[in-house]
Design a protein around this ligand. Structure first.
Ligand code: ADP
Ligand code: MG
Length: 702
């Protein structure tokens, strides 16, 4: 029968309908699917035992031959195939038994040198090897790493092994397997032929070989994802193609501006700014993500990034997810751009306009859903005539009747709140450059994969002299002490956040109910004399804003909240955060919560209260470090990349081979993919194109 890689399995593998159906259930339909069904693990079989060294309940490797074979029915109706195995060196024998594998009776190679691997069990005083795997032994194989396949119902290890190794791989040379990575890249990066890598992964000779083959597939996996991301990025850039003007920066201007600032920017801030200014010079719309922990100085970077645009008297829009955050940004940016010191600066550096009065001030306006009527109309008029330099606001900015005279730059705070549609609307307002800010630290390698359609700048250091937030994992016996401590701080006028445990779906218990119970417990029993308010996800965003506003105005002492609490909200008077059920959250999310405090003059505290006492080890990392990137990396190591806060929401694809901790590989792939797309049309690489399309489809349905 003829076959190709996309032929049904049955063209090459002999099996029954029952097996084929079960294979289909785990998405194995074609020869390719089965070829790419890689082992979940490997066993080092170089450790050959003699009979006397056999250990119970462990896998033992023996070399020898089968002398006889017979089939029996057990009392329970199982088919047993039994055989006597003679170990070569000692000539001692051991019984082997297989359950419900009657085919063994016919296929077992008798009087032939074989290697067997199986668990030893004692039954009624007799030792036997249970369902050992068997392979003809030609002297080399013991050096290899024996593949262990993931099993599904009756699709057992032995079945996978036999089918893949006896009926599939021997024909791999007859199957045309196209390489996906373009040849020159494969050569440069020492990428194996796909078909060779497949063979290796099913039975590697040693760890070095295994690593090489894995690396080949990891490269391929990441390369395809990068191509998809870059296509998205280029498309976004092409869509606002009008923005091809190069904005060349005068470094003297930045130096001058830094003189108006009461602190020295951190290195990370300078580097990020440099990256942003470079983007402006490219004559292509910027698509950049600025990542940094709370307090790392993102707002400052965003503010400085506007300078070249302001100099040219072009307009900027800044979007925040909520009104409170918009007001916060408005105040902060206004203070930095308009003060006694900046007055002279603007006088010196801003392009003059004949028909305009010089105030040496930047005109910054706020536009939210609450601003209505005459005031709103005035803002819209001024905007249209170019009188407003920076418009800061919420979604209200995106509305169709908000018209700019010359919008050049859009800054978005907290990126995952804004969808593609909203971006498109912004693009229509003037083909702007885009800078998105995120306060969720994601390790760079992971960010490259998750946000590959953007360039990434990272603020991985905090300004000096930041007070650390004292963090403590508390034991049940310490609870009362902590409550008294909290009460004492409230008496001193400080405020407190209490975060409710995450409710897992399996608990048949909704989040609102559990938060309400926590709220009642606190108001009735623990802090009856304090003013407490509850914030949860079922509230409208307007109601949430109202509660946060009141809390900020000190109308409440304690804010009890589910995990919906805003990232980025600034309540300097809040100095304590207590997180219940802390072990249910990822470290990076706990770190986000912790960032709610430590923003004012008071020493701040974070208490982590686990419900299960045996899971505290992970939480102790919170006591040790205040670095969000480090904590995200620990999360990535311990719980997988999908669990890092901020990544799940971004829809990071499942990765089979690539390890996100391998920052070097990720960076290399990104560079190669960029270089490739710059110099080639994807259409001339049909096999790569096909994989890219396939992956795109699977991402849509993920
Ligand atoms: P983020 O937006 O990342 O949370 P901000 O930009 O709001 O951080 O900065 C937090 C505070 O730190 C602000 O008061 C800001 O003026 C100040 N700040 C920013 N950069 C520095 C720096 N390099 N040195 C000292 N203080 C800084
Ligand atoms: Mg901020």
């Amino acid at each position: 029968m003829s076959f190709s890689i996309s032929s049904p399995i049955s063209n090459l593998v002999r099996t029954t309908k029952k097996y084929l159906t079960e294979l289909e259930n785990i998405n194995i339909k074609t020869i390719e699917d089965l070829l790419l069904y890689f082992p979940r693990d490997y066993e080092d079989r170089s450790n050959v035992s003699e009979i006397s060294e056999i250990q119970c309940d462990k896998k033992n490797v023996l070399i020898g031959s089968f002398k006889s074979v017979r089939k029996e029915k057990s009392k329970t109706g199982m088919t047993l195939v039994k055989s006597k195995f003679i170990e070569e060196k000692s000539q001692e024998s051991i019984d082997c038994v297989w359950f419900n594998e009657s085919i063994r009776e016919k296929t077992l190679p008798l009087h032939t040198k074989v290697m067997i691997v199986g668990k030893a069990k004692i039954n009624f005083g007799n030792i036997s090897l249970q369902s050992p795997s068997v392979q003809i032994y030609d002297g080399d194989l013991s050096e290899g790493l024996y593949p262990i396949y993931k099993e599904h119902s009756f699709l057992h290890q032995n079945w996978f092994f036999r089918k893949i190794h006896e009926e599939l791989l021997p024909y791999i040379k007859n199957i045309l397997i196209h390489n996906i990575i373009p040849k020159n890249i494969a050569e440069k990066k020492n990428i194996l032929n796909r078909s060779h890598a497949i063979e290796i992964l099913h039975y590697p000779k040693n760890n070095a070989e295994l690593k090489h083959a894995r690396n080949t597939f990891a490269f391929e996996e990441l390369f395809i994802l990068q191509i998809i991301s870059l296509q998205k990025k280029y498309l976004a850039q092409k869509n606002n193609y009008n923005n091809d003007e190069k904005i060349i920066l005068n470094p003297e201007m930045i130096k001058d501006f830094f003189k108006t600032i009461p602190f020295t920017p951190t290195n990370a801030q300078k580097i990020s700014l440099f990256e942003i200014y470079k983007d402006f010079e490219k004559g292509m719309p910027m698509q950049r993500l600025l990542e940094g922990d709370v307090g790392s100085g993102k707002t400052f970077v965003a503010t400085c990034s506007m300078l070249p645009i302001l100099q040219r008297r072009e307009q900027i829009a800044i979007l925040a997810p909520t009104e409170i955050l918009a007001i916060q940004l408005y105040n902060s940016i206004k203070n930095t751009l308009n003060n006694e010191k900046t007055n002279k600066f603007w006088g010196k550096w801003r392009n003059t306009e004949n028909n305009r009065l010089e105030f040496n001030e930047i005109n910054i306006e706020l536009l939210t859903g609450f601003i209505k009527g005459k005031k709103r109309n005035l803002i819209l008029d001024n905007l249209r005539f170019g009188e407003i330099d920076i418009l800061i606001g919420t979604h209200a900015i995106i509305e169709d009747n908000v018209i700019f005279k010359n919008l050049k730059f859009v800054i978005i705070d907290e990126q995952h709140r804004f969808g593609v549609k909203q971006r498109e609307k912004l693009i229509k307002k003037g083909n702007p450059h885009f800078l998105q800010m995120s306060a969720t630290p994601i390790p760079r390698s992971l960010a490259i994969v998750a946000f590959g359609d953007q360039d990434i700048s990272v603020l991985n250091e905090l300004p000096p002299n930041r007070k650390s937030i004292e963090t403590k994992v508390i034991k049940p016996t310490e609870r009362r002490t902590v409550e008294l401590f909290i009460d004492d701080k409230i008496t001193k006028g400080e405020q407190v956040f209490i975060i409710c445990p995450l409710v897992e779906e399996s608990e048949h218990f909704d989040e609102l109910k559990s938060a309400t119970e926590e709220y009642l417990r606190l108001t009735e029993h623990i802090f009856p004399h304090r003013k407490i308010v509850l914030l949860h996800g079922k509230l409208k965003s307007k109601e949430k804003d109202e509660i946060m506003g009141k809390f900020k105005n000190k109308e409440f002492d304690i804010l009890v909240s589910t995990s919906v609490i805003e990232v980025g909200i600034d309540i300097p008077n809040a100095s304590i955060i207590l997180i219940e059920g802390a072990e249910r959250f990822g470290l990076s999310q706990l770190h986000q919560f912790r960032g709610r405090v430590g923003r004012g003059k008071n020493k701040s505290y974070c208490f982590l209260s686990p419900t299960k006492q045996n899971q505290n080890a992970r939480l102790l990392a919170m006591e040790k470090t205040q670095n969000g990137f480090e904590l995200a990396e620990i999360d990535m190591l311990l719980r997988g990349s999908g669990e890092v806060f901020g990544v799940k929401q971004s829809g990071i694809p499942d990765l089979k081979m690539a390890n996100m901790m391998d920052g070097r590989l990720v960076t290399e792939v990104k560079e190669m993919a960029e270089e490739f797309l710059e110099n080639n049309a994807l259409e001339s690489y049909p096999y790569l194109l096909k994989q890219v399309e396939k992956k795109k489809e699977s991402l849509l349905t993920q």
